[in-house]
Design a protein around this ligand. Structure first.
Ligand SMILES: [Cu+2]
Length: 141
C-alpha cells in the first residue's frame, strides 16, 4: 500500500516541472495599467518622456514580492503575444524598470512605433491575470 502511494506521488512530482514555470502571481481584477503620456496616435519630436499609470496595485522594485505590487516593463514594437509562462525577456524591445520607475526617457528612430506596458512580478513574470496596458502607436518625427 505504502509503496503504491509513493509511486503515485513520484509520478505527480515528475509531472510538475512543466507547470512550475508559470509564476501565476495573482493580480486584483480591477488592476489598471495605462500609458499616461504620450497619447495614442501622438506625434513626438525626437526623445520623449513616457509616463506609466497604474491603479489598484503598487509599484515596487524587482525582487520584492509585496502583495499586489510589481514593476513596469515597456514593450517597444513587440508583436508576439505575451507568454505568461516565461519571464519577460530583457532586450531593447522589452525594457525593465526594476528600480520602481514610473516614467522613462525614450528615444526611437523616426517612424511609427508601438508602446505597451506590462506589469511584472518580483521575478519578471506577468501576473495572473496579466496586467497589461492598451498598446498605443506613436509617430516619431
Ligand atoms: Cu522585470
Amino acid at each position: 500500500m505504502e509503496i503504491t502511494r509513493l509511486a503515485v506521488l513520484a509520478v505527480a512530482v515528475a509531472l510538475m516541472p512543466a507547470a512550475a514555470h508559470a509564476q501565476g502571481t495573482p493580480a486584483p481584477k480591477d488592476a489598471l495599467l495605462y500609458i499616461i503620456w504620450p497619447q495614442d496616435g501622438a506625434t513626438v519630436k525626437g526623445a520623449f518622456w513616457c509616463r506609466f499609470g497604474l491603479r489598484n496595485m503598487g509599484v515596487t522594485h524587482a525582487g520584492d514580492s509585496f502583495l499586489n505590487s510589481g514593476h513596469h516593463h515597456l514593450f517597444i514594437d513587440v508583436n508576439e503575444p505575451l507568454d505568461a509562462n516565461q519571464p519577460i525577456p530583457q532586450d531593447k524591445a522589452h525594457l525593465h524598470f526594476g528600480a520602481g520607475q514610473t516614467e522613462a526617457h525614450i528615444e526611437l528612430p523616426p517612424g511609427k512605433h508601438t508602446l505597451q506596458l506590462v506589469l511584472g512580478d518580483s521575478k519578471h513574470y506577468p501576473f495572473n491575470p496579466p496586467v497589461v496596458s492598451k498598446k498605443i502607436t506613436v509617430r516619431v518625427k
